[in-house]
Design a protein around this ligand. Structure first.
Ligand code: ATP
Ligand code: MG
Length: 334
């Protein structure tokens, strides 16, 4: 074991990964893996919390997400990629943590509240879904992660995790669990291509890392701009203009984007020209990922073997944390 700071992040295998994942977290992970000890968890159990009746959806998407990781530059020799359901310590810690979190507290989590409303669960809300932030706290703490690179929808999860860490540590003779902090990227919430506040698999408003040339073209050409910018010569608005939101998130030349914004605002720059610039940059970003991914996804055996190996490494680490918590609580450890 080295003493590098530990990172844990994860993704639900509910569909292939998209540009929101890329700018919100994945791009940072590919950089951070060189300086931190990084774990990435394929959160299949969390994926099941709102897909309990369609487990094949979760199963089928595991290799899809793995192929996306590799395509986005995650290197399995630097990052340990593991599977949530292969790590029983995570489920056991969840059970222990559930006793120190109140129902009122889980019901107050704003991200979960929002997701419950969006999914229209009402009385059919699965228990597992309501408590998934507790299971996420188990994931993070089992690895003793201190840094969690995530989108801003995850801030309430980190806050709740730290409350659990504080409470659990106070019950133990000496602290076992580490506090963690979220690491937000510059684009901590990428809106969907439909203009919705968040690009999300569940909302069907994504542009995938594996998007075809045509899909990229279609997404950009139907993108919402300033509805009052009718003539090229009209001054246009940047605020809420999706094309500029995306140029900010993806264009490598910030000075050029600043110049385009100024030109658009004073009039004389058309939507078509802005969209062409955006499409060019997205085509350039996605094409190499799409190509690499197409190769990886053909070898699902290799992808699953990589996941098995990572899960075996993670098993030892997470069991150790569980042992320490149980011992601290005075439970017999056989
Ligand atoms: P689902 O709809 O199934 O919840 P999702 O698209 O929200 O899927 P997750 O697997 O829940 O994706 O999220 C994985 C990680 O990616 C989290 O850290 C999350 O904050 C980040 N992320 C997801 N969507 C975005 C987005 N639009 N902008 C920034 N970060 C995002
Ligand atoms: Mg999500």
């Amino acid at each position: 074991m080295n003493n590098k700071t530990i990172i844990l992040t994860g993704d639900r295998p509910t569909g292939p990964l998209h540009l929101g994942h890329y700018v919100g977290s994945l791009r940072q992970r590919a950089i951070l893996q060189h300086d931190y000890q990084q774990f990435i968890l394929v959160a299949d159990l969390q994926g099941l919390t709102d897909n309990g009746s369609t487990p094949q959806k979760i199963r089928d998407n595991i290799p899809e997400v793995l192929a996306d990781y590799l395509a986005a530059g995650i290197d399995p020799s630097l990052t340990t990629i593991c599977l949530q359901s292969a790590l029983p310590a995570l489920a056991e810690l969840t059970t222990l943590y559930m006793n120190i979190v109140t129902v009122a507290r889980v019901e107050r989590n704003p991200t979960v509240k929002n997701e419950i409303a969006q999914k229209g669960f009402a009385r059919s809300l699965p228990v597992g879904f309501l408590v998934y932030p507790i299971s996420q706290a188990a994931d993070i703490t089992a690895f003793k992660a201190e840094v969690v690179p995530v989108g801003d929808d995850q801030l309430p999860m980190i806050e709740q995790t730290n409350e659990i860490v504080h409470k659990m540590n106070s019950l133990l003779p000496a602290p076992v669990l580490s506090h963690c902090k979220a690491l937000l990227s510059e684009t901590s919430r990428l809106p969907g291509i439909d203009g919705n506040a968040k690009m999300s698999k569940s909302l069907g408003n994504t542009l995938l890392l594996s998007a075809s040339e045509e899909a990229i073209h279609h997404a950009v050409s139907t993108m919402y701009t300033d509805p009052n910018h009718l003539k090229v010569s009209d001054p246009g608005k940047i605020d809420g203009n999706m094309v500029f939101t995306y140029l900010d998130a993806f264009h490598p030349d910030k000075a050029k984007v600043a110049e385009m914004k100024a030109h658009y605002q004073r009039g004389g720059l058309g939507d078509r020209a802005c969209k062409n610039e955006l499409e060019m940059c997205l085509q350039e970003l996605i094409a190499p990922m799409r190509e690499r991914r197409a190769t990886y996804i053909q070898d699902k055996g290799m992808l699953m073997a990589m996941l098995k190996k990572g899960s075996e490494q993670a098993h030892e680490i997470t069991q150790q944390t569980l042992r320490e918590v149980k011992q601290g609580l005075g439970l017999p450890v056989f």
